[in-house]
Design a protein around this ligand. Structure first.
Ligand code: NAD
Ligand code: GLY
Length: 367
């Protein structure tokens, strides 16, 4: 088993990475010395496959566990589901010492984490991420929250879990498209922080796509190490943590103008990262060879690298970027790359440069 520590003083926690960890959920929670009652929050897809082993493990370890199921998909990240979870927790008399287990992808993690942060002004929670995206990104670092009609993740809290269990066996049932979308975040870690990880991905992408167990253990562990390192230095995104948003300024805008329906998050940030590399070449001198390596790696992972927009969509995209949380005093702030493995945050980018990158992205095709 691999283990990564997120160092945040008294709120530090462990990320465990291995195949078969779900069976040990109960004993792991017992080690944390939490209260006797808990609620497993999950979605309808994940419940079918993993609710039973989770509840069995918790019950065998002596916990009184209830199951709360929300609909699968982004629509679960709404205040009405937060309220429904609160009501079910109250019905089952969960108390301050009780705890929540978030069993599922990033949607469940964000929702259940926010429920844990606010029920009785905060009760402990454990993350059991079941998608690649959730294991390498959303379950680590304490960002929790839900969406409003006005935009994604507009209500939330920084609230750290007490433990993260990344069970690699959950990838056996993960649909191919979801798996590839998670790879977009892994590639991101290579670009922002670790040229060696990037080279590993270039070399071993075929093995990773075959879901080779040692390769998966390596990419999940290395991604978690990088995220833990960044979050330990800047928990609430005063500065450095912004590097985790590489490719997200354009990516989020693509998701927004397509009504969060056409692209998965990982697919949108794949195009966003390619566009950001083109802006980086223009403004920071990212070498052309690195721009090409970035594009080639996303293609190898089966992710989109181009998007064609009508002029109306282009205007909407630029407008959506100015609504993003990464805007400061009206200026669109980007994370840009100097080279693979090194980025700088807080870069002001004129909209003309964004337009030029979008022109280039539109001309490029996957083959
Ligand atoms: P998701 O939670 O919607 O899961 C994707 C789909 O896969 C769902 O249909 C789900 O039911 C299904 N699923 C999950 N695990 C499965 C498994 N093992 N086998 C079969 N099916 C499975 O999507 P996601 O990509 O995991 O997460 C996206 C969410 O994460 C977004 O809401 C995004 O805003 C959020 N996010 C949060 C952070 C953060 O730091 N908190 C970071 C990145 C993304
Ligand atoms: N996914 C971005 C962050 O956790 O900060």
């Amino acid at each position: 088993m691999r283990s990564v520590k997120v160092s945040l003083g008294t709120r530090s926690y462990e990320i465990k990475i291995d195949s078969g960890l779900l069976a040990g959920l109960g004993p792991d929670c017992a080690t944390l010395k939490l209260g006797q009652k808990c609620a497993v929050i999950t979605d309808t897809n994940v419940a079918q496959r993993y609710a039973k082993p989770a509840l069995t493990s918790l019950k065998r370890a002596g916990f009184e566990a209830v199951l709360i199921t929300v609909p699968a998909g982004e629509t679960a990240k709404r205040l009405k589901h937060v309220e429904s979870c609160f009501n079910q927790l109250a019905e089952h008399r969960l108390e301050r010492k009780s705890f929540i287990v978030a069993l599922g992808g990033g949607v469940v993690g964000d929702l259940a984490g926010f429920v844990a942060a606010s029920y009785l002004r905060g009760i402990p929670f454990v993350q059991v991420p079941t998608t690649l995206l959730a294991q390498v990104d959303s379950s680590v670092g304490g960002k929790t929250g839900v969406n409003l009609a006005a935009g994604k993740n507009l209500v939330g809290a920084f609230y750290q879990p007490r433990l993260v269990l990344c069970d690699l066996a959950s990838f056996r049932t993960l649909p191919e498209r979801e798996f590839r979308a998670g790879l977009a975040e892994v590639i991101k870690y290579g670009i922002i922080y670790d040229a060696e990880l990037f080279a590993f991905l270039e070399r071993d992408m075929a093995k990773i796509l075959r879901r080779d167990a040692p390769s998966l253990a390596h990419i999940v562990a290395r991604s978690c190490e990088i995220k833990a390192d960044v979050v330990s230095q800047d928990e609430t995104e005063g500065g450095l943590r912004a590097i985790l948003n590489y490719g997200h300024t354009i990516g989020h805008a693509i998701e927004a103008i397509t009504a969060y329906g056409r692209y998965l998050h990982g697919e949108a940030i794949s195009v966003g990262q390619v566009a950001a590399s083109l802006i980086s070449a223009e403004l920071l001198g990212l070498p052309a060879q690195d721009v090409e390596r970035i594009r080639t790696l996303f293609i190898a992972a089966g992710l989109p690298v181009s998007i064609r927009l009508t002029s109306t969509q282009r205007s909407k995209l630029l407008a959506a970027m100015t609504l993003d949380k990464k805007v400061s005093a009206g200026e669109i702030m980007f994370v840009l790359a100097e080279r693979i493995g090194k980025v700088i945050w807080g870069q002001k980018v004129p909209s003309a440069a964004v337009n030029r990158a979008l022109d280039l992205v539109a001309q490029r095709t996957e083959h």
